[in-house]
Unconditional design. Structure first.
Length: 225
C-alpha cells in the first residue's frame, strides 16, 4: 500500500471510530494506536474536537520497550533495570535520548561505547520493520501491552510518566504538531506535558522529526477527509 492509500484508508476508519466514541461517551479519553501513528492521532484529535489532554497516541512506550530490550541484550542485564525515554515521531525520525537512559541509575553512556549505542538506536528506529520481516506483522504482544499500560495509568489514576504522541502548543518550541514527548497520565488523561532540558543536538532532532510528521499531516489535510 502506498503511503497516501494507507493514510486515506486508516484515517477514514479512525475518524469513523472517533465519531462513534463521541456518540457513546460524553467525556472520552482516546488513545490512538493505528499507523501512521502521529497523523492518525492528529486525525482523531481534529475529528473529536477534544482538548489535547484527551486525545493522544501510543508509540513511545513500544519504541522505548524495543530500545530497552536491545540494550538489555547488549549489556546482559534485565530490561527491568533500564529506564529510558524516546521522543519524536513514530518511525525512523524518532529521537532516542541516551543522556536520559540509565541502567539501575547508572548512565548508559558509562556502560556501552558510542558505536554500539548508536547501532542500538538505529535498530530501534527500524524495530517495526524488523518485526514485519520476521513475522509479517508489526502488531504482536507489545503494542497491546503498551496501550494497556496507558489505560491502566488512567483508570487507576497512577500519574505514570510515559512518552506519548501529543498535540504540541508551544512545548519544545513546537506548535500544531504531533510528536512523542514524556507526559504524565492520570484519570483526567494527560495531567502534565513534561519539557526536558534538551541540548541543541537533541532539540534539532526533535524539530526535524516534527517537520517530517508535519509533511504527512499536510498530506492528510489535503485529502479533505
Ligand atoms: N502505535 C504503534 O506502536 C503500533 C504498533 C503496531 C501496529 N500498529 C498499528 O495498529 C493498527 C492495527 O494493526 P493490526 O495488526 O492489529 O491490524 P489488523 O488488520 O490485525 O486488525 C485491524 C482490526 O481493525 C478492524 N477494523 C477495520 N475497519 C474497522 C472499522 N471501520 N471499525 C472498527 N474496526 C475496524 C478489523 O476488523 C481488524 O480486527 C495498524 O494500523 C498498525 O500499523 C501501531
Amino acid at each position: 500500500m502506498s503511503r497516501d492509500d494507507l493514510i486515506s484508508t486508516n484515517a477514514k476508519i479512525v475518524n469513523s471510530v472517533t465519531r462513534s466514541i463521541l456518540e457513546h461517551s460524553k467525556s472520552p479519553i482516546i488513545i490512538v494506536v493505528s499507523n501512521p501513528l502521529d497523523v492518525m492521532t492528529y486525525a482523531a484529535f481534529k475529528t473529536a474536537g477534544l482538548p489535547a489532554t484527551k486525545v493522544f497516541g501510543m508509540a513511545g512506550i513500544l519504541d522505548t520497550a524495543r530500545y530497552r530490550a536491545f540494550l538489555a541484550e547488549a549489556l546482559q542485564v534485565s530490561p527491568k533495570d533500564i529506564q529510558a525515554v524516546l521522543m519524536g515521531g513514530h518511525g525512523d525520525t524518532m529521537v532516542p535520548l541516551p543522556r536520559y537512559t540509565t541502567v539501575a541509575g547508572i548512565p548508559v553512556t558509562e556502560l556501552i561505547d558510542e558505536a554500539r549505542l548508536s547501532a542500538i538506536v538505529e535498530r530501534t528506529k527500524s524495530g517495526g520493520g524488523e518485526l514485519v520481516n520476521l513475522m509479517g506483522t508489526s502488531a504482536w504482544y507489545a503494542p497491546g501491552a503498551a496501550a494497556a499500560q496507558m489505560v491502566e495509568a488512567i483508570v487507576k489514576d497512577e500519574n505514570r510518566i510515559f512518552p506519548c504522541c501529543v498535540n504540541l502548543s508551544g512545548q519544545y518550541g513546537l506548535h500544531d504538531t504531533f510528536v512523542g514527548i514524556p507526559v504524565k497520565l492520570g484519570k483526567a488523561g494527560i495531567t502534565e506535558m513534561i519539557e526536558l532540558k534538551l541540548n541543541a543536538d537533541e532539540m534539532k532532532l526533535l524539530h526535524d522529526s516534527s517537520v517530517a510528521v508535519k509533511s504527512v499531516m499536510d498530506v492528510y489535510d489535503g485529502m479533505g477527509l
